[in-house]
Write a protein that binds this ligand. Sequence first.
Ligand code: ABN
Length: 181
Amino acid sequence: MSKLIDRLFTVIDKTAEAGARKAAVKTGRRSFLARAGMALAGTMAMPLLPFDRSLGGLAMAAGTDAANDEYNCEYWRHCALDGSLCSTSGGTLTSCPPGSEASKVAWVGTCRNPNDGKDYLVSYNDCCGKPTVATATTCFRSEGERPGYRMGLHNDINWCMANANKGYHCTVSVVVGLADA
Ligand code: ABN
């Protein structure tokens, strides 16, 4: 009789164990599916959520090609250049074209370099002694400039005035150094 009771308990144990295992497997699978479903729904909702796509001011400014293209008026060093680019008149960013000479006086602007976020003093020397080139790129940028009655802050001036040959040809942009150095 006791053997029969023992066998009965063994059968009950095994049935209970098998049921518990099945439940554990099912619960595990369900919770995995639930989590995967949530993740999928979250990913699909992402494009609908409002978030900042600008990558921050620095990245935006540094990313623009024009701000790093010396032949473009938007180039960062040309921020206060009023005149023709020497780099498009047979010269370079910092040197006068052959046959012209740098002005003895110049307008100095302060330009922010978007690549490092620092402010630099930039000297805009006019190159003198030759007529302007019709195909040259002409820029009218005036960051930090003031009207003509503030002579020292006005950049719409022929800086060749102090040279023997006063004919304006083009303008170079020469970095002098850090503005706050
Ligand atoms: N500094 C460039 C320039 C030259 C002549 C007249 C105006 C501006």
